[in-house]
Design a protein around this ligand. Structure first.
Ligand code: 5SP
Length: 251
């Protein structure tokens, strides 16, 4: 059976002038996690904020009492050098460090020799993230085929296996983009092979698109503009949760 629904509003769509309060409010409105978008202006053509801001907003949301629990800070690292920032984000209060597969090779290597072994590097980075006491996520952009993940997910060493896969349903960089249903076969394939895996979708999710994503097998739902732009964010969060919950037993 697929894992429980997890609704993770993306704070990219919150009012940054009152970010701490916006984070605590969305938790009160029923969110499970907060999805924290970190952009460096290199990996994606946009800049958000870094670890000092995460440390400030952490004070507004209770830390989770267990792995994957309520209040998890799901940091989506849209950055060119993901390895470089793991320790800073751990210290700032990040719980789940989700890097991009496409950025991992330049960052994870411990030596020049290892850098040439393309298959080693995402795994080395996952191990490194786990060694810092964080959950590890791996994200793929729309242009990246899901097949690149099989070797990583099949790894017999659990220290090198991700705790979550994020399938981007928009090109990363901005909130408010149109949902790309073309990415859902990746989710279907992942769910077919890994019934218990946390599979996150991000980009263009809302009441009009959630059913397709839930049907494909996604259980971790990121929604930015649909939640922060809603008249009644609590209602949107419950609708997203219900859609995933309704399909859970069938997947
Ligand atoms: O990572 C990203 C964008 O790169 C997302 O997390 C967006 O912030 C989602 O926003 P909506 O599409 O839900 O408005």
């Amino acid at each position: 059976m697929a894992p429980n629904p997890i609704i993770a509003p993306s704070i990219l769509s919150a009012d940054f002038a009152e970010l701490g309060r916006a984070c605590s409010r969305t938790m009160e409105q029923g969110a499970d996690w907060l999805h924290v978008d970190i952009m460096d202006g290199h990996f994606v053509p946009n800049i958000t904020f870094g670890a000092p801001v995460v440390a400030k907003i952490r004070k507004h949301v209770d830390q989770p009492t267990q792995s994957y629990g309520r209040g998890t800070f799901d940091c989506h690292m849209m950055i060119a050098e993901p390895k470089k920032w793991v320790k800073e984000f751990k210290a700032a209060g990040c719980d789940l460090y989700c890097f991009h597969y496409e950025a991992a090779f330049s960052s994870a290597a411990e030596s020049p020799e290892q850098k040439t072994d393309e298959k080693t590097n995402p795994k080395a980075l996952i191990r490194y993230i786990h060694d810092q006491g964080l959950l590890a996520g791996i994200a793929i952009k729309p242009d990246t085929p899901v097949d690149v993940l099989w070797e990583i997910l099949e790894n017999p060493d659990e220290k090198e296996r991700p705790d979550m896969v994020l399938v981007m349903t928009v090109h990363p960089g901005f909130g408010g983009q149109k949902f790309m249903a073309s990415e859902l076969p990746k989710v279907q394939e992942l769910r077919k092979r890994y019934p218990e895996l946390n599979i996150e979708v991000d980009g263009g999710l809302g009441v009009g698109t959630i059913d397709q994503a839930a049907e494909a097998g996604a259980n971790v739902i990121v929604a930015g503009s649909a939640v922060f732009g809603a008249k009644d964010p609590s209602e949107v969060i419950s609708l997203l949760r219900k859609s995933v919950e309704d399909r859970k037993g069938r997947l």
